[in-house]
Ligand binder design. Structure first.
Ligand code: PEP
Length: 263
C-alpha cells in the first residue's frame, strides 16, 4: 500500500497549518462523521461548527448526496457515503467515483456494513470501489468488520482478513464490528487494539506505519479516550454521536488532546 501519512487538506490558511502538523506525526487522527440518511445537524455549517477542519485533527463528514454541496460550499471537508466504480452509464440512482472527484469532493466511504447489507455489496465490489476512488483522486475509507454471529463463532479475524485481502494501497481502513454499529455496544478498547494490530500486520510492510485504521461502532464522548489511546487506533468513524454536535466536538477535542500527548 502506498499510504499517505499527510492527509491534511488545503482549505485556506488552516490547510497550511494542517499540513505542517501532519508531517510531525506518523498517523494523524481522523475523526469522521457518517451522517447516513439524516439531514445535517443544526449549526453544521456555522463558523463555530465542530465539523469544521481542525488544526491538529482531521475532521471529515459524510452527508447525503443532497447535502454534499452545502458542506463543501461552507468549507467543511466532506465525502460521499458511497460511489460507483464505473465512470458513467446505465446505473440508475448511482453516482460514480469520477463524478465525485470532478465535483471536488474529497473522500468516500466504501463497503459500509449498511451498504453490504441493504445493497448486497460484496468484498469484490468494495475492492473495485476503493481502486476506482483512488484512481479518481478520492480518499476512500473502506469499512470492514464481523457480525455478531461471526464473532461468536470465533471467525472475526478470518472475516476481516478476507475483507481486506484485495484492497489496494493508499486507503484508510475503518474496523467496524457490525454488532457495535448503532447498538450502543462498543468493542472493548483492548479488543479493538487487537484487531487493529492484526489488520496492520496483514498490510504490506511498506504500508504498515502509514495506513490509518479507524475504529467505528458506537464511539461517543465517554468512550473515545479509551479507544483513541490504543496505539493502532488512528481515529473514529462515528455514526450516531456525529449527529450530536456537542458530543462530536468532545470527541474531536479528545483526539486533539491525545495527539499532543503522543507528539
Ligand atoms: C457507522 O455507521 O459507521 C457507525 C459507526 O455508527 P455508530 O457510531 O452509530 O455505531
Amino acid at each position: 500500500m502506498g499510504g499517505n501519512a499527510t492527509l491534511g487538506f488545503a482549505h485556506g490558511a488552516l490547510g497550511l497549518a494542517t499540513l505542517k502538523i501532519s508531517r510531525m506525526s506518523t498517523r494523524r487522527f481522523l475523526i469522521a462523521g457518517n451522517w447516513k440518511m439524516n439531514i445535517p445537524p443544526i449549526g453544521s455549517f456555522a463558523p463555530e461548527s465542530p465539523y469544521r477542519p481542525h488544526p491538529s485533527v482531521d475532521v471529515w463528514v459524510f452527508p447525503t448526496f443532497l447535502d454534499l454541496p452545502g458542506g463543501r460550499n461552507h468549507t467543511l471537508i466532506v465525502g460521499a457515503q458511497c460511489g460507483r466504480p464505473e465512470k458513467e452509464g446505465a446505473f440508475t440512482g448511482d453516482v460514480s467515483m469520477q463524478m465525485l472527484a470532478d465535483q471536488h469532493y474529497y473522500a468516500v466511504l466504501c463497503g459500509h456494513s449498511e451498504r453490504r447489507r441493504y445493497h448486497g455489496e460484496t468484498d469484490e465490489d468494495v475492492a473495485r470501489q476503493a481502486k476506482a476512488a483512488l484512481d479518481a483522486g478520492l480518499h476512500p475509507i473502506v469499512c470492514v468488520g464481523e457480525t455478531l454471529e461471526e464473532r461468536e463463532q470465533g471467525k472475526e479475524k478470518d472475516v476481516v482478513k478476507r475483507q481486506i485481502a484485495d484492497l489496494p494501497s493508499g486507503i484508510i481502513i475503518a474496523y467496524e464490528p457490525v454488532w457495535a454499529i448503532g447498538t450502543g455496544k462498543t468493542a472493548q478498547p483492548t479488543d479493538a487494539q487487537s484487531m487493529h494490530a492484526f489488520i496492520r500486520g496483514l498490510l504490506p510492510e511498506g504500508d504498515r506505519a502509514t495506513t490509518r485504521i479507524l475504529y467505528g461502532g458506537s464511539m461517543n464522548a465517554a468512550n473515545a479516550e479509551a479507544l483513541l489511546s490504543q496505539p493502532d487506533v488512528d481515529g473514529g468513524l462515528i455514526g450516531g454521536a456525529s449527529l450530536k454536535p456537542e458530543e462530536f466536538r468532545k470527541i474531536v477535542e479528545t483526539a486533539a488532546r491525545l495527539i499532543r500527548l503522543r507528539d
